[in-house]
Ligand binder design. Structure first.
Ligand code: MG
Length: 172
């Protein structure tokens, strides 16, 4: 069963997501992965695009959190300019810290979106809680070796997912 690894949506980047539509559809919380979702691994601070996006999300009315498997130094530094609720060493796909973040944001499984670039940590973790999950194409190719190994398997799942989307579209 590959379905548990399928995202609800698959987009090129976080900037392609229709946040207004998400809000209109009742979503109130967004949990973002950091590395390769918001910025490349080696970018210490958010760039202007990210800062602007987070301002926009707050204006729309979203509660936003960072939920990363990376370490405290990385995430604390990255969050300096954003000042949102942030969890480091989140241990995704374990769900404990995703639940903790939702509790902090005062949102729930039904109105929270998880956005990330990795199927086996971000998407699988979100799916286990039945959250809406949005997969983005990873920003940088400069990745740790373990991620690179996982990527080839991820590609197979993405292909199966895209096939399914095509099939569903053909039905309508
Ligand atoms: Mg990532």
């Amino acid at each position: 069963m590959l379905k548990r690894f399928f995202p609800s949506e698959y987009v090129d980047s976080i900037h392609e997501i229709d946040y207004d539509k998400l809000f209109k559809n009742g979503y109130r919380g967004i949990m973002f992965d950091v590395d390769n979702t918001l910025v490349p691994y080696d970018m210490e601070h958010p760039n202007d695009e990210i800062i602007d996006l987070f301002i926009k999300l707050k204006e729309i009315g979203f509660q936003v959190a960072l939920v990363s498997n990376n370490n405290e130094v990385r995430i604390t530094k990255f969050n300096e300019k954003l000042g949102v609720y942030a969890i480091h060493k989140a241990l995704k796909p374990m769900t404990r810290n995703l639940k903790k973040a939702m509790q902090e944001l005062k949102t729930n499984k039904k109105n929270t979106v998880l956005v990330g670039d990795q199927i086996f940590t971000d998407i699988y973790g979100g799916n286990r809680l039945k959250l809406k999950t949005i997969l983005v194409v990873p920003i940088s190719d400069k990745e740790e070796w373990i991620t690179k190994i996982k990527r080839s398997t991820e590609k197979r799942i993405i292909n199966a997912y895209l096939k399914k989307v095509k099939k569903d579209e053909a039905k309508n």
